[in-house]
Design a binder for this molecule. Structure first.
Ligand SMILES: Cc1cc2nc3c(=O)[nH]c(=O)nc-3n(C[C@H](O)[C@H](O)[C@H](O)COP(=O)(O)O)c2cc1C
Length: 156
């Protein structure tokens, strides 16, 4: 499966997991980068309100790929404004497979993964799986084994 990993990471944790996944499945990666950064509280409020932030150019046309993995940290229980903008800019999505990968400091990602899943299914894409790396999996190092296991699904 030719796979594109689209990763937003503010402090590098989601990027570390995404790079491990990329190494396993030999995928391409594109970075989702907001045009400007905002204060912590603005980040949390905008995420909570599901606002969109303009992003720098990155790969949004996925015609060449079979599968897209969208990677995001959790802010205020949700995905981030740059990632919501990315979903809106995606092109040639119909019939393509997708997965979501989220990292968080605490636990409880259900809302964010549902939010991402709904956004991508609305673009005619087909859900494969989700990977949730919580704070304890990050601290214990368990994230690495969980990520390798998740990668299997994209290695056919
Ligand atoms: C504005 C903001 C809000 C956050 N909200 C949550 C949250 O609601 N729940 C949680 O578990 N972690 C929360 N976090 C922690 C991040 O999700 C966590 O540190 C994540 O792994 C960071 O990924 P990154 O290094 O790729 O940016 C928040 C972090 C920021 C900056």
């Amino acid at each position: 499966m030719k796979t594109l990993i689209a990763c937003y990471s503010h402090t590098g944790k989601t990027l570390t997991v995404s790079e491990k996944l990329q190494e396993q499945i030999k995928a391409d990666m594109t970075r989702i980068e907001p045009v400007k950064d905002r204060w912590y509280v603005i980040k949390a409020i905008h995420a909570y309100l599901e606002k969109k932030w303009p992003i720098k150019p990155c790969i949004t046309d996925i015609d060449d790929y079979d599968c897209l993995i969208v990677c995001s940290p959790i802010w205020a229980g949700r995905t981030t404004p740059g990632v919501i903008q990315y979903l809106e800019e995606l092109e040639n999505t119909s019939g393509k497979k997708f997965a979501v990968l989220v990292t968080m400091g605490g636990d409880g990602s259900e809302l964010a993964t549902i939010q991402l899943r709904n956004g991508l299914e609305a673009k005619g894409m087909e859900f494969v799986d989700k990977l949730v790396i919580n704070g304890s999996a990050q601290k214990s190092g368990e994230w690495e084994a969980i990520t390798k296991n998740f990668a299997q699904k994209f290695m056919e």
